[in-house]
Write a protein that binds this ligand. Sequence first.
Ligand SMILES: Cc1cc2nc3c(=O)[nH]c(=O)nc-3n(C[C@H](O)[C@H](O)[C@H](O)COP(=O)(O)OP(=O)(O)OC[C@H]3O[C@@H](n4cnc5c(N)ncnc54)[C@H](O)[C@@H]3O)c2cc1C
Length: 448
Amino acid sequence: MKSILEPAKRIPVFGTYDVVVCGGGPAGIGSAIAAARNGAKTLLIEQAGALGGMSTLGEVPSFCPFGKDKKPAITGIGLEVVKRLKKAKGLGITTDTVPWVVKDPEKLKVIYDEMLAESGAETLLFTFVAGTIKSGNKVRCVLIENKSGRQAVFGKIFIDATGDADVAAAAGAAFSKGDKRGIMQAASLCYRSVGTDKEKYYKFARKIDAQRKAKEWWASLVSKGRLARIKDTEYRGLGPQEVSPGMLGHNFGHVYFADGTNAKDLTRVMISGRKLAQSFTEYGRKHIPGMKNAKIAATGALPGIRETRRVKCEYELTLDDYLNARHFKDDIAVYDYTIDVHNATSKKKEAVKFDRDFDSMWLKKGQTYGICFRALLPKGLPNLLIAGRSIGSDRMMNGSVRVMPACFATGQAAGTAAALSARSNTVPGRLDIKLLRRKLESQGARLK
Ligand SMILES: Cc1cc2nc3c(=O)[nH]c(=O)nc-3n(C[C@H](O)[C@H](O)[C@H](O)COP(=O)(O)OP(=O)(O)OC[C@H]3O[C@@H](n4cnc5c(N)ncnc54)[C@H](O)[C@@H]3O)c2cc1C
């Protein structure tokens, strides 16, 4: 039997809100805080047991730079998070020259909880958004599944911050996925370790890095079969980052051909990722200076999926927009992070291209590009906004807007627009863009 017809049944209504935010990563957090601060009755729905998405449960050790220049490009709620982390002594140590923000994921979880509670938004954890019911082209409610069963949540405006555009896809939005072949960037399972003597380790790592031998060193370990389960030569530098004293965060290893919207592939990413982390740690304990007592403290509770759906929106940001540092009348944020599109296969040619693009495509000093409001408006779904990784963008441009500072910013814009729309009984596409921009600027966002 290939399929079965599910009988219709009556389900309870969980509640009715002005703004319903689906997904509690950086984009969902920015969205829900902004919507609630602007007076909307707001619900944030998250499938996992903590907020933060890749920044906490995904164990990504650092936020990308909020700006490459001294003056941050991304400000607003994202930067507030960083300031609160600093106050809570939750910032780690970066070994990079550009200001990556290394962070303690456990402190970050608490800060998110506090900021949500202070904003007045309601948070609902352990709840998966499983579908939508529409009336005409408008989303009336989302269908949720959790320990309490299947329920409906009604709202005036919905924000899809699931990273994978699950809500938009369920509501019938058009989207693209992957490269021309339909293959997506490699996935990674990030993790944390303890027990490494970092002085000894970094002395060793710096020496190899200084001789520009890191890649060759890694490749030779792989070719000699020294890293039991690792066959891939991807290893971005030797520098795990110290997320809190004595604890290192690793953004490490590639798992190929995984579609993050396919549950079987997600399962494979978790299983392979855990093996890769153990394999490297076991090798390090025997052969790498400083790692004799290293052990893994935690692997990600969420798989590191870099790319899935990019929703067809009223505007799709392009690589050309990036290269020309283009700005728009309806910009809701500016940014300047490089093009970060990991290879989709382990072919050397693709890996070389990834490194070359990443290093060579930084905008010039003082330049930023604009993220326009239309890139948050899915075609044909007037009361839905997209925030975070799946906003309207081509694949290369997505390599810049997908990182966390930008996701906080598109979240803040979506949340603010949703609150303004709900209050005036309109839809985001009909909002007075000048009013939205004034509101965002008055609440800390940088738009120029
Ligand atoms: C391995 C890896 C390394 C990276 N390194 C960096 C880095 O160093 N710095 C940086 O800034 N960025 C980095 N990125 C990019 C960045 O982490 C993500 O692109 C960013 O977190 C996307 O934010 P988001 O809020 O859109 O989605 P996510 O962070 O993915 O959050 C989405 C949230 O929605 C929830 N969710 C998903 N579907 C549903 C559903 N149907 N119902 C309910 N909840 C749902 C998820 O559980 C999750 O909490 C990295 C990404 C990966 C994968």
